[in-house]
Design a binder for this molecule. Structure first.
Ligand SMILES: Cc1cc2nc3c(=O)[nH]c(=O)nc-3n(C[C@H](O)[C@H](O)[C@H](O)COP(=O)(O)O)c2cc1C
Length: 403
């Protein structure tokens, strides 16, 4: 405890104690005959002693609970090189220099979303983030990017420390290529078997992302994935994404054995996020049930489902699917091109809403945790609030356990 903090505590203790004694004396003097008699007034010294004990316990427990949180996610923190094991999930168009550096400066791990970028744009973003923070950050690489090789080359040349492979299973060749350059690799694991395979291929950490998430989603919820995967994979740290909106969820996943979490939707409403004000407003207004997965209309063309706020854009997606499929049926394009067009649709639709602000016709990709967002605030505050609340959560759970 610093001497300033000590002085402050003494002052508060003294004031509070004497005020309590005065108040009790005052009440006793005016108490009606029928009023139950007060217990004996503790002496001023006794008040001081009890207050001192309270502060000591308070300090002991809060310090202990901070240390507990630190221990629970130490593997994740060490892997990321951060103060907190909170990853800012890459979000196409939005996870650029401003948001990424703000998250990293706030103690989390910012990740550049390179899905909609070309190699030279990615290079510029990496360099810009470096100008805005000295803290660690990563790059999210979409495996089906048309210039995948060049994107990886940029990461290697720019000495990026962590790559998150997304949008499909990366090849062993690509994993090896970046690992040989000293880059740490994080892959999405939708099952235990695939997770083990990715670890054998060299993945240094795994991300499990449930269907509560925003953007492209798998079919299984975060809670089920966590139960299916975490107990069976101990070789590498596991980060949990999708629906982590409060400390309760975060601490629960850490207790289950996760090493940290990844949060997307909450950071859309970070002050530093460049999302259009309409996009942020839509997030603040939305309820969790408004974030719905899009449907696929033809089983011959399995589309990766996308979770977004329901709007006119949902109808546009159905039309875009129909249009691509009828072109396939007329023999104008092949099956791969259909998938490609559908993917392309999303990139444009998200930009229309997130950057241009057309939240009616564009795609407002959002996770179900959108219902927990009530205001815009700086990324560092989002992170600090979550950490503070996690410490309180741990203390609550300890009290429950210890009685
Ligand atoms: C608007 C938006 C865009 C996203 N874009 C990407 C992306 O480009 N690459 C990716 O791997 N995940 C993407 N995601 C998923 C996030 O990185 C993150 O894993 C997910 O949002 C976590 O769930 P949460 O929103 O409940 O926190 C996106 C999510 C949102 C909301």
């Amino acid at each position: 405890m610093s001497s300033q903090e000590g002085k402050y505590r003494k002052m508060v203790t003294k004031n509070v104690s004497s005020k309590i004694v005065d108040k009790i004396k005052q009440l006793q003097a005016h108490s009606l005959p029928t009023f139950p008699s007060f217990p004996e007034i503790p002496s001023y010294e006794e008040c001081m002693r009890r207050s001192k004990e309270f502060w000591e316990n308070f300090t002991f427990f809060s310090k202990n609970n901070y240390e507990a949180l630190d221990r629970m996610w130490s593997r994740g923190k060490d892997f990321l090189g951060t103060k907190y094991a909170i990853m800012g999930g890459a979000m196409s168009w939005l996870s650029e220099r401003h948001l990424v550096s703000a998250i990293s400066n706030g103690g989390g791990f910012g990740i550049i979303a390179s899905g909609g970028m070309k190699p030279d744009i990615l290079r510029g973003e990496i360099q810009a983030v470096r100008m805005m923070t000295s803290k660690p950050f990563g790059v999210n690489i979409i495996t089906m990017h048309r210039q995948l090789e060049e994107m990886l080359d940029v990461c290697i040349e720019e000495k990026v420390t962590h790559i998150v492979f997304a949008g499909g299973v990366p090849s062993s060749k690509d994993i090896k290529k970046v690992k040989d350059a000293g880059i740490k690799v994080i892959c999405f694991a939708p099952t235990v078997a695939l997770g083990k395979k990715l670890i054998r291929a060299g993945s240094d950490a795994l991300l499990i992302e449930g269907s509560e998430s925003g953007g492209h989603i798998g079919p299984v919820s975060t809670l089920i994935l966590a139960q299916e995967i975490i107990p069976h994979i101990t070789e590498v740290p596991i980060f949990v994404a999708g629906g982590v909106g409060t400390a309760g969820a975060l601490v629960s996943f850490l207790e289950m054995g996760a090493s940290g979490c990844q949060i997307g939707s909450r950071f859309v409403c970070a002050t530093e996020c460049i999302a259009h004000p309409n996009f942020k407003k839509a997030f603040i207004r939305a309820h969790s049930r408004d974030a719905m997965p899009m449907i696929q209309i033809d089983p011959r063309f399995p589309v990766i489902s996308v979770r977004a706020l329901s709007n006119e854009g949902t109808k546009h997606f159905i039309e875009a699917q129909k249009e691509a499929i009828s072109r396939f049926e007329r023999g104008e394009i092949d099956a791969k091109a259909v998938q490609d067009e559908i993917e392309h649709f999303w990139v444009g639709a998200l930009k229309r809403a997130a950057i241009d602000g057309d939240v009616e016709n564009g795609s407002v990709m959002a996770g179900q945790s959108v219902g927990l967002i009530d205001r815009e605030m700086p990324a560092a505050e989002i992170i600090e609030n979550l950490v503070e609340a996690s410490v309180t959560e741990i203390s609550k759970r300890r009290k429950l356990l210890e009685g």
